[in-house]
Design a protein around this ligand. Structure first.
Ligand code: GLY
Ligand code: MN
Ligand code: MN
Length: 464
């Protein structure tokens, strides 16, 4: 948690941006796994965390812009809670720590909203991603669920995105901590991977590294020898010499800030020639992105430059033919790189995407395209100092997609299917880091990560 002045000043800025009315920010509740008292790890709504700081369930923050007052509504601890959970600091005093003098029992919110409605004041709330929070709003505002979904405040959402997209120095310090724990998770994997090991055994070491730092994971760990399956959540591979492991994982600090990195490393400790060759191309793509990423530059441009580097590399290797620019304009390269270059990261691993990908990654100048490949680019708009985003190019050989495109006769002038099929059991590779946009360029967060072949192999202690 930051000091109370930070939360107060964030709420002040939000008031000015929204202008008039009442802002309602709904905090999350516990999510039961199998019965009410057996819940998943509690994750607070990140917008609530950003403006109201308290990491506890069942709270609602309200900013009354016109009367210049902020509230947190909830339920103060009872003796029953203390019996089961031990002694607790009261919400009254915790609210003071985030600059809120008015901690009130939830029932009181009903009467405040009633009078606001009578006075025909604008009630601003965001679009929701958890049905139970829509339900809370539906009860509070006496609207049906469909109307709650339709009548959210675009002005509030746009103002929140504007503020949360630009990370302050204090936030960057927290993100750097999350990135360094993420780095340790990767290094522990590289140092311990062995032939004969099961992926879940490695995942146990990776995730315990996060826990050692009182962190959790920022998303479901991907640890697989089938990297071509983009969101492969199975941990059942048994590693063998010759395999490449794709590890995509991240730490989430207790205060919510996230890291997200991907590495690829050979189980044997040494890349073979073909792996080394394509890994070098992957790193060329990553370096190209790093070189182009700067304030004032559209991230869509960076994505397309990286696609051209890929196309050039595949032409050199005989997998594609033709001019890289024409390949990318046609979208043929997307057979090997079907996703986007990256996404914003912050209090959520795909930061702010709960408001809709287009709202976060696009604007009136940069519109979303429908073509396969680039349609999956989440962050396309012009970069600004303070943005933090991932750079995560990949090269994949997806046998079903290759077969489908070949059968359809797609891009025969660009794709050398016979050669490509020689790689159909290659799998997939991705390399990912987290970057801050600075005044004149960018800075990769965290301590130096192994990237080039020699640097990665140095961390692979076991070598055949
Ligand atoms: N782990 C998902 C991503 O990198 O976006
Ligand atoms: Mn990732
Ligand atoms: Mn990512």
């Amino acid at each position: 948690m930051f000091c109370k002045e930070i939360y107060t000043s964030r709420r002040e800025t939000l008031k000015k941006l929204v202008g008039t009315g009442l802002i309602i920010i709904v905090g999350n509740s516990e999510s039961p796994i199998s019965y009410m008292d057996n819940c998943y790890n509690f994750i607070q709504d990140s917008t609530f965390l950003y403006y109201f700081g308290l990491n506890s369930p069942d709270l609602i923050g309200v900013i009354d812009i016109d009367n210049d007052k902020s509230f947190i509504f909830g339920k103060e601890f009872t003796m029953d809670d203390i019996i089961w959970m031990g002694s607790q600091k009261s919400f009254q005093s915790r609210a003071l720590e985030v600059g809120i003098e008015n901690f009130e029992e939830l029932e009181k919110l009903n009467s405040i909203l009633e009078s606001a409605k009578v006075e025909k004041r604008k009630l601003h709330y965001t679009n929701q991603y958890r049905l139970e929070n829509s339900y809370k709003l539906s009860k509070l505002l006496k609207l049906d669920l469909e109307t709650v979904d339709l009548e959210f405040s675009e002005k509030l959402v746009d103002s929140i995105i504007k503020m949360r997209s630009k990370k302050t120095e204090l936030e960057v310090i927290e993100m750097e901590k999350a990135t360094n724990i993420t780095r340790d998770m990767h290094l522990v994997a590289m140092k311990n991977v062995r032939a004969g090991m099961k992926a879940f055994e490695l995942v146990a070491l990776i995730e315990s590294e996060a826990k050692k730092h009182n962190a959790t994971t920022s998303f479901h760990t991907i640890c697989t020898t089938n990297g071509e399956v983009l969101h492969n959540h199975s941990h059942k591979n048994v590693f063998k010499d010759g395999d490449l492991v794709l590890l995509d994982c991240g730490a989430r600090l207790e205060n919510g800030y996230c890291g997200d990195m991907t590495t690829v490393f050979p189980v044997s400790g040494k890349f073979d020639n073909r792996q080394k060759d394509l890994y070098n191309l992957l790193i060329e793509m990553f370096n190209k992105a790093e070189e182009c990423t700067a304030p004032g530059v559209e991230n869509k441009y960076v994505h397309l430059e990286v696609c051209k580097t890929l196309a050039e590399g595949l032409v050199e290797r005989g997998l594609m033919s033709g001019d890289p620019e024409s390949i990318v304009n046609a979208g043929a390269h997307a057979l090997f790189f079907p996703h986007g270059l990256g996404h914003m990261i912050g209090l959520d691993v795909h930061d702010l995407e709960n408001f809709g990908e287009d709202k976060v990654g696009y604007d009136s100048k940069t519109l979303r395209e429908k073509k396969f490949g680039i349609k999956s680019l989440r962050m396309a708009k012009t970069l600004e100092p303070g943005h933090v985003l991932t750079i995560e190019p990949g090269i994949y050989f997806i046998p079903q997609l290759i077969e489908k495109w070949e059968n359809l006769g797609l891009f025969r002038e660009f794709i050398n299917y016979e050669k490509v099929k020689e790689y159909s059991n290659f799998g997939g590779m991705r390399y990912e880091g987290d970057f801050l946009i600075t005044e004149d360029g960018n800075r990769r967060l965290g301590n130096k990560m192994p990237k080039d072949v020699a640097e990665v192999e140095e961390f692979l202690v076991y070598k055949i």
